[in-house]
Design a protein around this ligand. Structure first.
Ligand code: GCV
Length: 614
């Protein structure tokens, strides 16, 4: 039984025999969809080669709805027609074009079928060391991705372990077959590669300035493009968390990335280079090194040195997808380099698709400070897997849906995106729809309150990254410290501290560096403050830590009650209820452990006299 996700009216996967282009697919989809919706109108799709690739225009007359679009726009316009009809809203007027031309999903799938930071079951396409998949599932997934405009999928983990290194050596014909399945949906494949790959082929070095290495990559790329002429390109994690990279040879990351970009250039391929570079073997006693400074320090001096087909992919915050981080200053400072912002749909630090956590409101905060034309692409670490609904928690699908919507148009309001998801996915009364939308919209704020609030990060269980462990990362080598002691907590990251705020443009630098203007949610990210510090609302820091945790737990309990009372279809109900119960016990552990942790240090009682376990 196919899982319909937010396209329940398109239960059937269209017969794709002889379908090889988005136009042919769009023509099938519009007829199928209008029929399924009993819309009583005819559909017509025409491709206008003069239009930009992804653009479309919808024109409605009495009896017909017409989609005119570019080569992929025809498909995006078609899904928009169907979703608008289903949502009973108007069609968008005028020419529709996406904000970002490349809207990518990065899958961290390993070839043994496991998924790094995957919370939705096994890989949908790897098993037992090779490509192996159910075609119907791939088609369902492609349809979901295309319906929200996602157009690039990176298949394998950025940590390229054996045997994934064989993907572009031994598995090309199989990759080519998979590429053909995604192609009519306008989705192009990308592959993560290992920087030291030539050394598995009898070369003694992977130095990017070696002619032999350059020739090896050129030859390899030519072979790959012979099989998959529309491959999007390569994704690279280099000199990061023990992965090989140009630093081994005393080369810069511009030299490393450009060498690969040159090999890809004649095929129109892109080289996506991740900027997740920091010292992961830091001594916790070292108070000078501050991990959030690392990406800017490494890449900002290289601005303008990258080839045209290189895209630097930067995580949205300076750490690693914590519940709250300020925007990465690198994203604001590179003026002459192509940039992609990396989001994470996989809920690694945000509840692992057990706790409800809807991300759209969090992303909207980033777009408020990011200049509109700053990015040429956007990427998100996938939350997909082979679970029935693709994301383990059926409501985690909203993060995939919302990502596509926001990647197309970052100006959309969070409420509108989530409301659309709910409306499309469930046949609820208006009251129930609003109640579910409300739960989803407040889920991030609730999670933040019962876990690490006020900009505290890394209080999570090491490695596993679920559940509380406030000192778990405190004496480790990952550069992830809060430095709580009996008087104070947090790190001074201003000019008189680690200097991290100096990486921001002036307005943000001032905002964050000044305790009086720094938003409460980021206070302990930027400042070290005593527990007796009086916050804007008159409460002490210690009291706010207690209050937020109690409030977070109470709201999580209420949220799960509301969720469990909603009339979800049987296919989703059990999973949602099971996860809701786990969320409440997780919230209780967080609340009690964090409150106890700070109480033991500070000795300050809760003004409200609530139970704090000692
Ligand atoms: C793919 C974090 C995660 C790792 C991940 C890494 C990255 O460190 O815990 O699992 O590795 O980020 O983004 O490369």
């Amino acid at each position: 039984m196919p899982y319909p996700a937010w396209l329940p009216f398109l239960l059937e996967t269209p017969d794709l025999t002889h379908v090889s282009t988005p136009l042919e697919l769009a023509q099938k989809e519009i007829n199928l969809g209008l029929q399924a919706l009993s819309a009583g109108i005819k559909g017509k799709v025409t491709c206008d080669p003069a239009l930009p690739r992804d653009a479309y225009r919808i024109v409605k007359s009495e009896q017909t709805v017409q989609v005119h679009g570019g080569s992929c726009g025809v498909l995006y316009g078609t899904y928009e027609v169907l979703m608008a009809l289903r949502e009973e809203r108007d069609f968008p007027e005028g020419l529709q074009t996406p904000q970002y031309p490349d809207r990518m999903v990065n899958c961290w799938d390993n070839m043994d079928g496991s998924i790094e930071r995957g919370y939705a079951g096994k890989s949908l396409w790897f098993s037992g060391g090779r490509l192996q998949y159910d075609e119907q599932r791939i088609l369902q997934l492609s349809r979901l991705l295309a319906s929200v405009g996602i157009n690039v999928i990176c298949l394998n983990n950025v940590n390229v372990h054996e045997p994934a290194q064989d993907l572009i050596d031994l598995q090309l014909p199989d990759l080519s077959k998979l590429a053909a399945l995604f192609r009519p949906f306008g989705i192009r494949l990308m592959i993560s590669i290992d920087f030291s790959q030539p050394m598995r082929h009898d070369l003694s070095t992977a130095d990017p300035l070696s002619h032999e290495v350059q020739a090896w990559w050129k030859n390899r790329v030519d072979l790959v493009y012979r099989e998959i002429p529309d491959l999007y390109g390569f994704l690279v994690k280099a000199d990061s968390e023990h992965r090989p990279g140009p630093f081994t040879y005393g080369r810069t990351h511009a030299e490393g990335a450009n060498m690969l970009a040159d090999a890809l250039a004649s095929h129109g391929g892109k080289l996506v280079w991740r900027c997740f570079v920091y010292n992961c073997t830091q001594d916790w006693r070292d108070r000078k090194t501050d991990r959030p400074c690392a990406a800017y320090d490494t890449y900002q001096p290289l601005d303008g040195q990258f080839r045209e087909n290189v895209i630097l992919q930067v995580k949205h915050g300076p750490f690693d997808f914590q519940v709250r981080e300020p925007i990465s200053p690198l994203l604001l400072s590179m003026q002459s380099t192509n940039l992609a912002m990396e989001l994470q749909l996989a809920q690694e630090y945000t509840g692992q698709q057990i706790d409800l956590y809807t991300m759209v409101p969090m992303w909207k905060e980033l777009f408020q400070v990011l200049p509109k034309d700053r990015l040429c692409a956007i990427a998100a670490v996938s939350n997909l897997g082979a679970s029935d609904c693709f994301t383990g928690h059926p409501l985690a699908l909203c993060n995939l849906f919302g990502y596509g919507k926001i990647a197309w148009n970052p100006s959309l309001a969070s409420g509108d995106v989530v409301r659309s998801f709910v409306r499309l996915s469930y046949d609820f009364s208006q009251e129930d729809r609003e109640s579910l939308t409300g739960c989803m919209l407040e889920s991030r704020a609730i999670y933040e309150k019962y876990t690490a609030n006020l900009g505290l990060c890394w209080m999570i269980t090491p490695n596993q990254h679920y559940g509380p462990n406030p000192d778990g990362y405190e004496y480790q080598s990952w550069g992830t410290y809060h430095k709580a002691d009996r008087n104070a907590v947090g790190i001074d990251r201003t000019g008189s501290g680690t200097g991290y705020t100096l990486q921001y443009p002036e307005a943000l630098r001032e905002l964050y560096a000044n305790v009086a203007s720094c938003p409460d949610e980021l206070l302990l990210f930027f400042h070290r403050l005593p527990y007796t510090f009086v916050m804007r609302d008159g409460r002490t820091l210690m009291q706010r830590l207690y209050d937020d945790h109690f409030e977070g737990l109470a709201r999580a309990e209420q949220l799960t009650k509301t969720l469990c009372a909603l009339p979800f279809p049987e296919r989703d109900r059990q999973e949602i209820q099971r996860r809701a119960a786990l969320q409440v016990s997780n919230a209780r552990e967080w609340c009690d452990i964090i409150n106890t942790f700070f109480h033991r240090f500070s000795g300050i009682p809760d003004e409200m006299g609530r139970t704090i376990y000692d």
